[in-house]
Design a protein around this ligand. Structure first.
Ligand code: ADQ
Length: 739
């Protein structure tokens, strides 16, 4: 069985040092609750900070903690000094990343010293993981405290499965770009094989940031990073449904429920449970309670609002301020509306045991969950699971990740206290029938995708990525393949080379006219063509004038405009593959012009039988939007014109239907019985060539993307090296590093 190593800032257990010595307490919080419930079922090890600073403990206590954590909690500690906790945990993690990722840019601190400590502590975690990691382990890194760790681990453990899950929102690019260390953070995460988010929106934000800051292209959530496939996917975290749904069944729970009911009497209960955090919307929620009691006086003395708040990050100023604001507001509401015998807001500032928490869920008529931003929010799901009589109403913020799954809740904008107050009234007046209907659907959903499914799904996906990486690696032109190709070449007497130009023989340039063939490229083509056993054909999307200007003094065949024009090696002139018309160009030209006018950096290229919109230097987001519009519009317009709209590498080309590089290539493949055929290309248009090759033909895709080709190489430079090896005969084996 594979071993799972979970790495997170905090361990699921908190070590405290008091007068009586060391005490071990289970941690409260989303991650600990969620992951803690399944990791004991696996052969696993949890690595994290035990919650006590290293200055507070002696060497002997350190050893004792290490031993107890391992024996009782399958955990391994990373000890942090007070300075590290201040600067890394309270500092960069909770004064920089947390506020910015929760859309509080004004609370965000940008401080180089905090960043340096963040880097250092991530490196300390890396050392700790490396000390215990064994080959075959799967490492799962959690959350915003450790965004640099995956890349650090990757450097030393290149083959290991590494996953990352972000428990908080990933903000839109407009916010993320504010960070001075934005690229480093993205690169850190990209050290993984699989990166998971709660919602589609967060995943899109991450991919957009990678696209705009690192130029990474994602296709179906996959990108190639340093010749490795990295996948981004969505895993909305679940809860331990069984544990919550059966929580009312124990004697202890029944007692707890009875005692609570006695205290609240016949009143309706509105419940809120949060860590104390400005992202949780506590002030706006209290404001809503105030409005509700003012606007609907008939509910006074009839409802109780219970707010349970667990202390958190008390060392950060914003949290201290918030605490005193809450105290004031609770006092104000209770002072204003309370009567002898009725206190409207019951406010508890502490962590409560599971049995009391779930008893509260069960006696509550309304679960009020109104964070201003929340990655997911487990309280919403716990309330739904625990309330097995289904006679409750969940009021849920649209800014919580959970809103994407719990559509049957009453959804509110957490900044709109008036709306929350009105929804409270609707909730309190909802019929039991309606409540049960809504709850049944939600319970169904969250019981199905529970915490075990969530984790299992993540493991399955990471294994799939690993498989995919292996398949790609198998297709790479390695030493064995090179040797095979060169031997086959040496043993054959009639050889055909079908070579794409841009992206294959030369790298891409900003402007097409800049991508001229280098002397080395021309030299190798000339030498290959000089061997009478060889036939070299360049099959390009370029116009014939350009190809003529660059290659006319070489003894090679050429195909221009993706197969419109053909020129055999020994022919004096170009011939058209079939009679074609280009009268449509004048009708479509104004449309291309219209797009170019509105899209800075784009331009039109006109060929004999095609029009091309180039967008290589257009700002990527704009390009994406415009290209979609352009393709939709032109596809619609050309639907009865026997034209095709084709997307290439940063270009969209409109050309005659039925003309492609594959058809053109057939003119050569069908000419004689070649005993060696090699086709090389980099983009979609080259797939047509790969598809028409006979069984014994060989094909190579430039770039590590899926393709019909038998093999892949990473860059155009690899193509040049390979061709050089062919042209230099057997000595090429040595020159190419294959002996
Ligand atoms: P959190 O911000 O901690 O988690 P949340 O998802 O609501 O937020 O989890 C809080 C957990 O703590 C719940 O399991 C709740 O039962 C427990 N809890 C809260 N108050 C308590 C109290 N007074 N006593 C006892 N228990 C209490 C982060 C992200 C979330 C994301 C989770 C999981 O911010 O958006 O849902 O991780 O990915």
């Amino acid at each position: 069985m594979k071993r799972l190593i979970i790495v997170s800032n905090r361990l699921p257990v908190n070590v405290e040092k008091g007068r009586g010595g060391l005490a071990y307490k289970e941690s409260v919080g989303g991650l600990a609750t969620a992951v803690g419930s399944f990791y004991r079922d696996y052969s696993s090890l949890w690595i994290g900070w035990p919650g006590v600073s290293s200055e507070k403990i002696t060497k002997a206590e350190r050893d004792e903690i290490t031993q107890t954590l391992m024996e009782r909690y399958q955990s391994h500690p990373v000890f942090l000094s007070k300075k590290a906790i201040d600067k890394f945990y309270y500092g960069f993690s909770n004064k920089t990343l947390w506020p910015l990722f929760h859309y509080f840019p004004l609370n965000t601190v940008y401080d180089e010293r905090l960043w340096k400590n963040y880097v250092k502590v991530n490196a300390d975690f890396c050392t700790a993981v490396k000390q215990v990691a064994q080959p075959g382990d799967m490492i799962w890194v959690h959350d915003y405290h450790l965004m640099l760790l995956p890349q650090m681990l990757r450097e030393d453990l290149p083959e290991t499965s590494i996953g990352f899950f972000l428990h908080i929102p990933f903000p839109s690019f407009e916010l993320f770009r504010l960070l001075p260390w934005r690229k480093e953070l993205l690169e850190g995460m990209l050290g993984c094989d699989l990166i998971g988010f709660h919602t589609y929106e967060y995943a899109v934000h991450f991919m957009q940031s990678c696209h705009r800051l690192l130029g990474l292209e994602f296709n179906m959530g996959q990108a190639i990073v340093d010749d490795r496939i990295v996948k981004v996917d969505i895993f909305p975290i679940g809860i331990d449904y069984e544990k919550f749904s059966t929580s009312g069944e124990t004697e202890e729970a029944k007692k707890e429920i009875k005692s609570l009911r006695k205290k609240v009497k016949e009143r309706s209960v509105i419940l809120a449970v949060d860590r104390l955090d400005y992202s949780k919307g506590l002030l706006k929620r209290l404001e809503a309670i105030e409005i509700f009691l003012k606007k609907y006086p008939e509910y006074r003395e009839k409802v109780i609002f219970i707010q349970i708040t667990v202390p958190s990050r008390e060392h950060v100023d914003h949290y201290k301020i918030l605490k005193s604001q809450i105290d004031t507001l609770v006092g104000k509401i209770n002072g204003q509306f309370g009567t002898i015998g009725w206190v409207p807001v019951w406010y508890l500032y502490r962590s409560i045991p599971f049995s009391r928490l779930t008893a509260l869920y069960q006696i509550s008529d309304v679960g009020l969950v109104t964070p201003l931003r929340d990655g997911m929010n487990l309280v919403a799901k716990e309330y739904v699971a625990a309330k097995q009589d289904k006679k409750g109403v969940l009021i849920l913020s649209e800014m919580a990740g959970a809103a994407a799954e719990l559509g049957e809740a009453l959804i509110v904008n957490p900044n709109n206290s008036e709306e929350i107050a009105d929804k409270l009234k609707i909730a309190l007046e909802m019929t039991d029938e309606e409540k049960i209907k809504r709850f049944s659907s939600m319970q169904n959903r969250i019981s199905h995708y529970n915490i075990t499914k969530w984790a299992a799904d993540f493991f399955l996906q990471i294994d799939k990525v690993k498989e995919l990486q292996k398949t790609m690696a198998m297709k790479e032109v390695n030493d064995r393949v090179k040797k095979k190709l060169l031997t086959k070449y040496a043993d054959s007497s009639r050889r055909l080379f079908l070579l794409d130009y841009d992206g294959t023989l030369v790298p891409f340039a900003d402007k097409p006219e800049k991508a001229v063939p280098s002397p080395a490229t021309l030299d190798v083509l000339r030498k290959l063509a000089a061997d009478k056993r060889n036939e070299v054909v360049i099959i390009s999307g370029r116009d014939k004038e350009t190809l003529k200007a660059w290659f006319s003094d070489l003894d090679i065949g050429m195909v221009a405009e993706h197969g419109v024009w053909l020129k055999a090696r020994d022919a004096g002139s170009w011939k058209m593959i079939e009679p074609l018309s280009n009268t449509w160009k004048k009708d479509l030209w104004p449309i291309l012009e219209y797009y170019v006018d509105r899209t800075p950096g784009s331009f039109i290229e006109e060929k004999d039988f095609s029009l091309v919109l180039h967008y290589r230097t257009v700002e990527p987001e704009l390009a994406q939007r415009r290209v979609r519009e352009f393709v939709d519009e032109t596809t619609h317009l050309t639907s009865n014109l026997a034209l095709q709209v084709m997307e290439g590498n940063k270009v969209v080309e409109i050309k005659n239907q039925g003309i492609n590089k594959g058809r053109a290539a057939r003119h050569w493949t069908a000419r004689e019985n070649w005993d060696f055929i090699l086709a090389i290309g980099d983009d979609v248009t080259d797939e047509d060539v790969f598809s028409i090759l006979p069984e014994h033909g060989c094909s190579i895709k430039v770039g590590l993307r899926p393709s019909l080709a038998k093999y892949n190489v990473e860059r155009s430079q690899d193509v040049l090296l390979l061709l050089t090896a062919f042209e230099s005969g057997n000595s090429g084996l040595v020159k190419y590093g294959v002996k």
